[in-house]
Design a protein around this ligand. Sequence first.
Ligand SMILES: Nc1ncnc2c1ncn2[C@@H]1O[C@H](COP(=O)(O)OP(=O)(O)OP(=O)(O)O)[C@@H](O)[C@H]1O
Ligand SMILES: [Mg+2]
Length: 569
Amino acid sequence: MASVEIQLLGRFEVMVEGRTVPASAWRHRRAAGLVKLLALASGHRVHREQMIEALWPHLPPVGGERNLHKAIHLARRGIGDPSAITLSSQEVGFGGDVAVDVERFEREAELALGSPDQGGCASAASLYTGELLPEDRYEEWTQPARERLRLLCLGLLRCAERWGDVLEVEPLDEEAHRALMRAYANAGNRAAALRQFRRLKDLLGKELGLRPDPESVALYEEIVRGPAAVAPVESTAPMVGRKRELASALATLGRLDARRGGGLLVSGDAGIGKTRLCDALLARASAAGRTTLRGATRVEEGVLPYAPIVEALDRLLLERSDLAAALSDGAQAEIARLTAASPAPVAEADPGTVRRRLFSAVAQLMSAAARERGAVVLLEDLHAADDATVQLAHYLVRTSRFQPLLVVLSYRAAGVSPALAQVRASLLAEGTAREIALGPLPREAAASVVERIHGAAVPPEVIEAIWRKADGNPFFIQELASAIEADGTFVVPERLYDILQARVLGLDPGVRALVERAAVTGEEFSADEFAAVGGVDEAAAFNALDRLLGAGFIVERGGGYRFAHTPAP
Ligand SMILES: Nc1ncnc2c1ncn2[C@@H]1O[C@H](COP(=O)(O)OP(=O)(O)OP(=O)(O)O)[C@@H](O)[C@H]1O
Ligand SMILES: [Mg+2]
């Protein structure tokens, strides 16, 4: 028999020896029907009664037989080969090998779905060149195969993530609508994402009188709410030994679902891990879809009024300018003045009123962010902040109490200003905030920090020495660990602790240099000795000593001074 290829997807076509049989050859519908049925049948054979039943369901058997013979004759003529169709006492069949596009498609689809990868699925899907035999849509014998092939194609398109094409095949596929909504939203095209949802809603409503799935509605609401602002999180090294503290911080985060916020105070020495813990909290919060904001007091930049709050708001204004735009004109003007977007002159009102307006505008903006998806605002290092910032922080904690807004304040326990001490006491007394006071890391946690820094196993006695020397403080543990020699030996540098502490206390380089020199003279020193080793005059020496006393770094002892903190040897 001649080589025959049959196309059933998208349209019916027979090619013999590479040439298309003209459509006129199939004018006799039943001749075409017979070829189609054989092409679809497994093994390309059909029982003659089945063939008759499918093609002439209403004829009595004798009439059916007669029509069958006629259709076979016409089909053979169409193909141009008398041996193309065979008829036995039992079955009708093709006289030789026939290639059918449906079979090729099914073979490739099975392979692609067996080990799904997007490329394989996409190339198999391209073999589905359209609905099976569209001109026979109402013939009963085409229907099961048509549906099976359509579903197979859908499976491939889903696996290939070709969501637009999925909707061509199945306009009511909610998963595809959602995927497109997400894709539009991720590309920053919220309007298109919302339009996609409306299309789904209209289609479902019109065709089935149904509403979209709760999952689609939730996604719609999520997109309507606008994207979360996400504060940067810098810590990348793993956090160890803080299970309990993290659990307690996360518990406050969990309360946001019940629209309960409030304050979380995180305190402890310099380098104890406040930022690390807050980073972990922010990371969890943004993973849960919350908006996260952060700002820190930066001693190096000089103490600017409201600096940490301005820093936190800057990102929100940049990423979600729509939130500020929805505030009252007055509140917008306050925010603009605060962030210096528009340094409008202060109104003639008294300072108390000016301050109240400002506090209220900041709180309104944060509430607007929190209302959408819950928010966490971190204000770091408030021990070094100006009083106005501390008071605004207090106001924010107070107003966040019954909103999904968590305000996290961190500070060094030793350096608390009277204003901060007052705020802390009042928040704790009212129960508006909880405090997590970070203490030393346990020894096992210290061991893992040391080994991560050293990059190899470290003898237990060295770990023990470092842990003790550092008082369990992770910053010092890290610095000491970097002094371990390649062969694992370790000699604690003389007074390293004080030198490091001067660094973390944010002392300026000039004063730090003096400290480093004073440190080598020993535990205690006089003002004269300090000036002498530092090579500075008396006035400069007293100036530096005042700074060190103020920072709590040294204390007066007898006629001289000593380092305030000396860890256990
Ligand atoms: N639990 C921990 N596990 C591992 N590393 C930690 C841990 N806590 C802190 N560190 C590391 O120790 C260093 C100091 O921590 P961090 O900066 O969080 O301290 P801090 O309390 O914020 O100090 P400061 O008062 O100077 O701001 C950082 O490098 C941090 O990654
Ligand atoms: Mg910090």
